[in-house]
Design a protein around this ligand. Structure first.
Ligand code: FRU
Length: 493
């Protein structure tokens, strides 16, 4: 694996043409996606600034242009009218390498539209000459012409009572309150993850520290919380965050998680009172830094998009100098003490012609590189092997075991294994059995929605050329559609 020097990682992008050879190289990869947003070049990670404004959805992603490395980060801008087809708009927020508060990266954040502008709240990742890190919470204003205007001074610096790890402002308007809140991921001096709350009457000025969010029972849950947010969905409050550097039962050696706690948020006392345990948002391998659209005017649901990747691991495309894509947008609703996650209804527009399933002598059907498989299941065991070879060997196995009432996803059979330390399989109990699956396959990913949003498994997979068959066993009724393209390879910097 390539090692990057600090100079290479933090090299400033001066002339977009420098990226053209890289772009041409990665465009030839068999693993470029057809309907998932992916890095134009280099690496993408968190989705940022997800809002509806000026008749379209705006989304930005953390972007390092040079390759599969977490180096100098920019915000890259994409837009969509329907959250299905997307267009690249080019780089939006750039670090100011000279004396900027973000000289070593424009890190994650969120957005709020007011009038004809979108206000972008982000972390300025600053390093001194001796590489000491400081985090600043910064603001930029984006006009309809697409040009951001950065405010010359940050809204505030890092709070002195916490470590240097303070980032990812999520700006919130709480129904019934005149005050705006901002939630920031942080680490206490005792190295525990936490969230800090800032408030202001005005989006542009007067931000003051309101306090640390108390979450009884979660005082020592991971050593840093990234990308925290408090969402209000279906009359419930939901704390969504990414606790780092802890292992959880059933999650292999994975040390970075994205999950949520249902509960009640008391904005006056800054207490989030949990009503239940921490749940992972996604049972698969590759999902992190999930962000909800900020101004959806719907009381019962939220729309969520996540980075289809996790920190501190590597992917086979690293060798091709690119990494990362986003998940499909999901509709979040609340059922009891759980979040339900369904693919957005609009995604059905992507279905192209329905395939007649014809099995070869090994019982395998061809699996197009971009496909959706919907399966109605009757009681009993079900097994589907995706990305097998023509003889039905290998691939990724989705197995429902009726006796144990459990579904398992195992990618250990793929010809190109990666991240063995994360483990190869993930399981989830299904108390009420398996009735339905919707499986979204793109060139290098699979998202498996179980029982109409009850659970989702999201994973990258990197099939070898011969791994393009699938088979399914059980009392099932499967249908398969080819999927249309929804993202264009478009070199726009
Ligand atoms: C999460 C994260 C954020 C940070 C950003 C940098 O993946 O580490 O905490 O702002 O990525 O790209």
């Amino acid at each position: 694996m390539r090692t990057w020097t600090r100079e290479e990682k933090y090299r400033i992008l001066k002339d977009p043409q420098e990226l053209l050879p890289l772009y041409e190289k990665i465009s030839r990869s068999p693993w470029r996606q057809a309907y998932h947003n992916q890095a134009v070049t280099g690496l993408m990670n968190d989705p940022n600034g997800f809002v509806w404004h000026d008749n379209r959805w705006h989304l930005f992603y953390q972007w390092c242009p040079w390759g599969a490395v977490h180096g100098l980060k920019y915000w890259y801008h994409i837009v969509s009218r329907d959250l299905v087809t997307w267009k690249n708009l080019g780089v939006c927020l750039l670090p100011d390498p000279e004396d900027g508060y973000d000289n070593k990266g424009v890190y994650s954040g969120s957005a709020m539209p007011i009038g004809d502008k979108i206000y972008l709240y982000y972390t300025g990742n600053h390093r001194d000459a001796d590489w000491t890190r400081r985090a600043y919470t910064c603001l930029a204003r984006l006009g309809n012409d697409g040009w951001p205007e950065k405010y010359p001074l940050p809204l505030f610096g890092a709070h002195p009572d916490y470590t240097e790890h303070q980032r990812d402002p999520k700006i919130l308007r709480v129904p019934g309150r005149d005050t705006y809140y901002m939630i920031i991921g942080a680490q206490t001096r005792e190295k525990h993850g936490c969230a800090l709350v800032y408030s202001s009457e005005d989006l542009q000025h007067g931000w003051t520290f309101a306090g640390q969010l108390r979450v009884p029972g979660f005082e020592a849950f991971g050593d840093m919380w990234e990308c925290p947010s408090v969402e209000h969905i279906g009359g419930k409050d939901v704390l969504i965050f990414c606790p780092q550097h802890l292992t959880l039962p059933g999650r292999g050696g994975s040390r970075n998680h994205n999950g949520y706690i249902m509960g009640a948020m008391d904005w006056d006392r800054l207490v989030f009172q949990p009503d239940g345990q921490f749940h992972v948002l996604d049972f698969g391998f590759d999902s992190y830094a999930a962000a909800c659209a900020n101004n959806l005017q719907e009381a019962e649901k939220a729309i969520l998009i996540a980075w289809m990747g996790v920190p501190d691991v590597s992917y086979p495309t690293d060798e091709e100098d690119w990494a990362g894509c986003l998940t499909l947008p999901r509709e979040l609703t609340v059922r009891g003490r759980r979040l339900i996650q369904r693919p957005l209804p609009e995604l059905k527009k992507l279905r192209d012609e329905q395939h007649v399933l014809t099995e070869n002598e090994a019982g395998c059907c061809p699996l197009p590189p971009a496909a959706e498989i919907e399966v109605d299941c009757r009681p009993g065991d079900v097994e589907t092997d995706l990305f097998t070879d023509a003889a039905g060997q290998g691939g990724l196995t989705v197995r429902y075991d009726e006796a144990r009432r459990e579904i398992t996803v195992d990618r250990g059979g793929m010809r190109i294994p990666f991240n063995p330390e994360e483990g190869f399989s993930r399981a989830r109990p299904l108390e009420n059995g398996l009735s339905h699956l919707r499986i979204f396959v793109d060139h290098s990913s699979v998202e498996i929605f179980v029982n109409d949003g009850d659970a989702v498994f999201t994973s990258r997979v990197f099939p070898a050329a011969e791994e393009h068959f699938f088979r399914i066993r059980g009392d099932v009724f499967p249908r398969l559609w080819r999927m249309k393209n929804a993202v264009k390879e478009h070199f726009l910097i």
